[in-house]
Design a protein. Structure first.
Ligand SMILES: [Zn+2]
Length: 288
């Protein structure tokens, strides 16, 4: 479940920062996170590498969670055990909750792609919030701002966690001890997904200042459904060779970033996401 390069990102035996030390910390401070890790036992937790799509932060693709190695205890931007636990809880929310992973390419239109993306980030934020509340209750530092607002890794200003506390109503974070207990409190889950999804819409998934989560959700939908698939379809009509088809599909994906801004005018008329998509396309064109 833990790749060797993930384990290597922790401290040497005796440092107090080994993976075992971290897992003991989780066991002691968040019953929910300890249980979510058990539920994920068939998955893989590994580090992201240079040249991969995801070089910074953390991400989940299918049954694999990627962590930027610089965030691990041996890394330059090492997170505290508490914040690392919180970030892992976010990714486990993506991997385990019913709406946690979105497939924007399956959406019928840009609006639906945004809704899917919001539900996925909302699910992740829900798991993360509950774990952050358990860590706070256990006295782990870093989860309460000086002004008394609760904090979590996704929002160090405390506004998001405060809204999610409101969604709890009469429930307590300690009521959530495993995956099923999150799923079974469906009213809370729905409300928290909605709050978390709305929060994430305008956040930035990378250092690129022109790309928000909404931009990336809609651009994925656009590239896969309106451009790449239609090119692949045309290619398969004239060429049965699978390798050629895949190669041309990759080419189409790159070419679409360059021509996307122009094409979008015809496809997304009057759609409010158009300016964001144009910026996305322009920024990629500039890099190439
Ligand atoms: Zn996320």
């Amino acid at each position: 479940m833990y790749s060797s390069n993930f384990i290597a990102g922790f401290g040497a035996p005796g440092s107090g920062k080994t993976l075992d030390d971290f897992l003991n910390f989780i066991q002691l401070n968040s019953p929910l996170l300890a249980s979510l890790l058990v539920s994920f036992k068939d998955g893989t937790i590994t580090v992201s590498g240079k040249g991969e799509k995801l070089e910074t932060g953390t991400a989940t693709i299918g049954n694999t969670i990627y962590v930027d190695p610089s965030l691990l205890p041996n890394g330059q931007k090492a997170l505290s055990f508490g914040m690392l636990a919180d970030a892992l809880a976010h990714e486990l929310g993506h991997a385990l909750l019913p709406d946690g992973e979105s497939d924007e390419a399956a959406a019928l239109n840009p609006t639906e792609a945004i809704q899917l993306g919001q539900k996925a980030e909302g699910s992740a934020v829900t798991a993360e919030f509950l774990v952050s509340q358990q860590l706070l209750a256990a006295g782990v530092p870093g989860f309460l701002a000086p002004d008394g607002k609760p904090e979590e890794y996704s929002d160090r200003s405390g506004g998001l966690a405060s809204s999610l506390v409101g969604a709890l109503g009469n429930l307590k974070a300690s009521d959530f001890t495993n995956l099923d207990s999150i799923k079974s409190h469906s009213d809370f889950l729905t409300a928290a997904e909605s709050i978390g999804g709305a929060y994430y819409t305008n956040q930035r998934p990378s250092a690129n200042p022109t790309i928000t989560y909404q931009t990336s959700w809609v651009s994925t939908w656009f590239l896969e459904t309106q451009f790449v698939e239609s090119v692949a379809q045309r290619v398969s009509e004239v060429c049965a060779d699978e390798l050629m088809r895949r190669t041309l599909k990759d080419f189409a994906r790159n070419a679409s970033l360059i021509s996307g801004a122009r094409m979008l005018d015809g496809i997304c008329n009057d759609n409010p996401t158009l300016p964001a998509l144009q910026k996305y396309s322009e920024s990629h064109t500039a890099i190439q």
